[in-house]
Design a protein around this ligand. Structure first.
Ligand code: DGJ
Length: 734
């Protein structure tokens, strides 16, 4: 009797155990949908498989009846696969040294977050170790975006070592795959490079710790049908919301299967988790388009304005930034003069850049001293920040200011007081970049210091409405005096988390202040930073010609409302190129328009021209900043590129077309620019904006169909100089 009771108990518990560890007892299907995409998963015993990711399938039953399946997420040594499975999701060394981990599927749950967003979360567990993993998929229906990320929790004794944890493992196949990365350097950030994805492994990655996007933006385009096209063909576009090291590893196998592990860079980044600790990866923002990269871009932009950047639905102010007009060389009168002239032209915000702080021997009169000493330099600015704000008010404009809180010059009071707060390596010669060192943002004391300094600046000057947050160095000397010896490899992840944590605290305290992410130009253009900023400084290169290419590239992922673009002096300070003022305006007006020059150097005719252009921008601002982008003529393939923004409001469309003539010798200059996105049967009035009206269609009305098929002739003059431009409004009639 006794023994049979035991047998029953044992059998029951064995059943329970096998139920628990073998995942869901019954196979379950999960579907995630957006307006134009479907993603489907099904559980099979203890595995969760990805069944489908692509264009929307009307009846999701079809996804489970047919098709193939691949594991949703798997490890380097997954005993289910019995091999090291291609590109993989995670690699973990258990507390006992075992290099195998096997996370079996337990259950999935679906949660409706709001009218637009649904989140699927899949829970996994290792049957032999105290590890649980949750994989999240958050779909935004209207914008066609899925955000996906991983969350690993350890609850055992000792500590596990996470050697890699991806945000997503992409599985697809293609006969003719092409991969685009966004690479560059200072003053030529994020230029697109497309090449065939060859058999074997290809990697897009950035490893500079901070300022990563300067050399490699964490974004990719995978085209499945040859080189990516604007309006046809299948593309997957992804971007990692992370301001640190990243790696996208794409592996194409002999049978044209493509697997990619996408996430933070695992190099020197082993992360220990002790009991109760969690590692959450950055989010990978993902979209799929069956109609080329144009639609995928618009998906990214719609999502960004709604969820991805701060204040994405509020048009931005036109600003004048002091940097190229004053650099470090200014006094109060010069700044007041700049403010007055800016306001009289129609500028709405004045931003005082570098050079306003540090005193005495640490005065910030060059990049050699003062960084870290955030007290106003009374020699330069006797009335202090209060005086600047009062003056701005007098001129009817707002005031903003530059900071670079993550860095320090050794020639500063801060460094004198806290040399232990910089990143540093024992037994190695200290290296510097721009005469500065990086503060150790892993250290909570450093985070507190930065938060308190910024909080005081903003609390004691509540009228500061804009912060330009700069970061002018990679992570150099990568060692932390705060992290223990066996956790030095946490630095690459903890630095970014420290930076985010400071900003999150600041935003909570000062929710109305607008933040710009700057990092020697476009070094922090990523959706991790953008969650905490309203916009980014696209590049220190303000040459309008170079900007056409950069804005074209970066605009594949990031919307115009976030893309700061300034009219600067000619010849351009970075390239020496001279371009007409109209051309400089018409390039900057395709993004978030600003100025970066001393208006004192403009002649009266130019001042009048600027006033007119600012009035034009104010009129077109909602369309540019809130509208959908259509790329019409690629500057890499045309000497007369063009793009347009389209906004529908109260049932009527307005489009703004930007067209440029870059090189007369390479363009026949007579091919009309065909529009996109218009309603074929509606009629539109064409207006060339600005004082110069040169196109023959100015003032006339055409059907949408005509403008799509036959386009608008630009009427570029046959002779004369390059760098011409047109801004044209196309307005649906009542
Ligand atoms: C780098 C930025 O990109 C510039 O716009 C300017 O703010 C300088 N730093 C100031 O040091």
């Amino acid at each position: 009797m006794k023994s049979s009771v035991y047998k029953v108990i044992l059998r029951c518990s064995a059943l329970l155990v096998s139920f628990y560890y073998s995942g869901t007892a019954v196979a379950e299907n999960f579907v995630l949908e957006t307006e134009n995409m479907s993603m489907a998963f099904s559980s099979e015993k203890d595995a969760l498989n990805l069944r489908y990711f692509g264009a929307k399938v009307a009846d999701s039953e079809d996804l489970f009846a047919g098709g193939s399946s691949v594991p949703e997420f798997y490890s380097y040594w997954d005993t289910t696969l019995g091999r090291n499975g291609n590109e993989f999701g995670y690699s973990i060394v258990q507390a006992d040294g075992t290099i195998s981990s096997k996370l079996v599927f337990i259950r999935g749950e679906k949660q409706k977050l709001n009218e637009d967003q649904v989140q699927l979360s899949f829970h996994y567990k290792d049957p032999a170790y105290d590890l649980t993993l949750t994989r999240h998929y958050l779909a935004s229906y209207e914008s066609d975006i899925i955000e996906t990320w991983s969350e690993l929790i350890y609850s055992g004794e000792g500590a596990v070592r996470v050697e890699r944890l991806s945000s997503f493992v992409l599985n697809t196949s293609a006969q003719q795959p092409y991969l685009t990365g966004f690479n560059g350097t200072w003053a030529r950030e994020s230029l697109m490079n497309e090449s065939p994805l060859m058999e074997g492994t290809s990697e897009l990655s950035g490893t500079t710790g901070a300022r990563v996007a300067q050399t490699a933006n964490p974004s990719f385009i995978l085209s499945l049908d040859g080189p990516a096209r604007e309006d046809t063909g299948r593309v997957v576009m992804g971007s990692l919301a992370w301001s640190g090291n990243f790696a996208f590893r794409f592996r194409r196998s002999y049978d044209n299967k493509i697997r990619a592990s996408l996430g933070y860079h695992p190099m020197h980044s082993a992360y220990q988790l002790a009991k109760g600790e969690t590692l959450v990866t950055p989010r990978l923002i993902l979209t799929y388009s069956g109609q080329g990269k144009g639609a995928a871009t618009r998906a990214f932009h719609r999502w960004a304005r709604q969820y991805g950047i701060r204040g994405g639905n509020t048009p931005r102010m036109i600003l004048l930034n002091s940097w190229e007009g004053a650099y470090f060389k200014f006094n109060q009168n010069k700044i007041y003069g700049m403010m007055e002239r800016a306001s009289s032209m129609g500028v709405e915000l004045f931003v005082l850049d570098d050079g306003w702080f540090g005193e005495g021997k640490f005065a910030r009169n060059s990049d050699k001293a003062g960084l870290g000493d955030w007290q106003v330099n009374r020699e330069k600015l006797p009335d202090g920040i209060d005086g600047l704000i009062r003056k701005a008010e007098e001129f009817g404009i707002q005031f903003g200011i530059w900071v670079e809180p993550e860095m320090v010059n050794p020639k500063s009071q801060l460094y004198t007081d806290h040399p232990e707060w910089t990143l540093q390596l024992p037994n190695r010669e200290e290296r510097m970049s721009r005469n500065q060192l990086v503060l150790d943002l892993c250290n909570p004391a450093v985070q507190d210091y930065i938060f308190t300094m910024m909080d005081q600046l903003l609390s004691s000057h509540p009228d500061i409405c804009y912060i330009k947050w700069d970061c002018n160095s990679h992570v150099i000397n990568p060692g932390s005096t705060w992290l223990p010896d066996d956790k030095q490899s946490h630095l690459w992840i903890d630095y970014v988390k420290g930076y985010y944590s400071v900003l999150d605290r600041l935003i909570k305290e000062h929710p109305k202040v607008v933040f710009q992410a700057c990092s020697s130009g476009g070094g922090r253009v990523d959706y991790g930073a953008m969650q905490r900023h309203h916009e980014f400084w696209t590049s220190d290169n303000t040459d309008a010609l170079d900007r056409i290419y950069m804005q074209w590239s970066i605009g594949h992922f990031y919307p115009a409302i976030a893309m700061a673009s300034h009219v600067t002096a000619t010849p351009n300070h970075q390239t020496g190129r001279s371009t007409p003022l109209k051309f400089r305006f018409d390039v900057a007006m395709a993004g978030r328009l600003g100025f970066e020059l001393d208006p004192k150097n403009l002649n009266p005719k130019e001042v009048e021209f600027c006033k007119d252009q600012l009035a034009v921008y104010k009129e077109i601002r909602p369309v540019v900043q809130l509208g959908d982008l259509y790329r019409l003529r690629d500057p890499d393939q045309n000497a007369d590129p063009a793009l347009m923004y389209l906004l529908e409001s109260e049932g009527k469309q307005t489009a703004i077309l930007f067209a440029y003539l870059l090189n007369r010798k390479k363009s026949d200059g007579h091919e009309p620019v065909c529009l996109k996105g218009l309603k074929p049967n509606a009629r539109y009035v064409i207006t060339e904006l600005g004082s110069d009206k040169r196109i023959p269609y100015h003032g006339k009305a055409f059907s949408g169909q005509y403008l799509i098929r036959h386009g608008i002739p630009m009427n570029w003059p046959r002779k004369g100089r390059d760098y011409l431009s047109r801004v044209i409004q196309i307005k649906e009639m009542n």
